[in-house]
Design a protein around this ligand. Structure first.
Ligand code: DX5
Ligand code: ZN
Length: 216
């Protein structure tokens, strides 16, 4: 399977984001993963619309926006205006996921939904036909640099089985603790889009780290 790497700039040097985005592009990453946290859905605050808008011009790569926020419906429009190419929101939010998906699509963006480690992946099966991507969190969302939760591998396998059974080509993205070793486990389980923050941005050679994630 073709593996895509989405570089999470949560672990980048915010003092020099333009250079960090260039580095990710030169290292052969396929997407920029942009983690939005509201201090409510997750116990951390990261960055939002104005930052995306400023850095959009610094990279030609697609922006893969991961909304860890309580009210994604209200922010799809502003993130689309700021230059998002893809938006993933969480299954655990209160609002109707179908409404959020149609809002994302109405802006011409691709749509994804994410499940935290404790949320059964079967909870997104009824939405699969409408999704471009499912993001299986492999750590608790909120912080970079955490250890991979191995119990999530079974969820990736179950999701891959269901996608294949239905003949869909939905992407399976994984996020959290993706590094040497765990990259092989998630790909074997069926993931094809790997988010990586600390492993890539803290690596002495980002291109070598990206190649390692890709399994080459
Ligand atoms: C965590 C974020 C991740 C984070 C991953 O809530 O969604 O995208 O940046 O960081 P690493 O790769 O360091 O685990
Ligand atoms: Zn993320």
């Amino acid at each position: 399977m073709d593996i895509k790497i989405s570089a999470s700039i949560l672990s980048a040097d915010f003092g020099g984001l333009e250079g960090e985005l260039r580095r990710a592009g030169e290292a052969g990453c396929d997407m920029i993963h942009f983690d939005v946290m509201d201090g409510h859905f997750v116990p951390n605050i990261s960055y939002g619309v104005p930052v995306l808008k400023s850095i959009r011009r610094c990279s030609g790569l697609p922006f893969d926006v991961h909304l860890m926020i309580t009210d994604p419906l209200a922010y799809v429009g502003p993130f689309a205006d700021a230059g998002a190419d893809h938006i993933t929101f969480h299954r655990e939010i209160a609002s109707d996921p179908r409404e959020v998906i149609s809002k994302i699509r109405s802006r011409g963006l691709t749509a994804g939904i994410s499940v935290k480690p404790a949320t059964p992946v079967e909870s997104v099966f009824e939405l699969l036909d409408d999704l471009d991507m499912v993001l299986v969190m492999t750590v608790e969302p909120g912080f970079g640099g955490q250890g991979f939760i191995y119990e999530t591998l079974d969820k990736i396998r179950a999701l891959r089985r269901e996608i294949n059974r239905r003949g869909l080509n939905t992407d399976i993205e994984v996020d959290g603790g993706i590094a040497s070793g765990t990259c092989r486990d998630v790909v074997e389980a069926g993931a094809n889009v790997l988010v990586s923050g600390s492993f890539l941005f803290k690596a002495p050679d980002m291109a070598a780290a990206a190649a390692e994630l890709r399994g080459i």
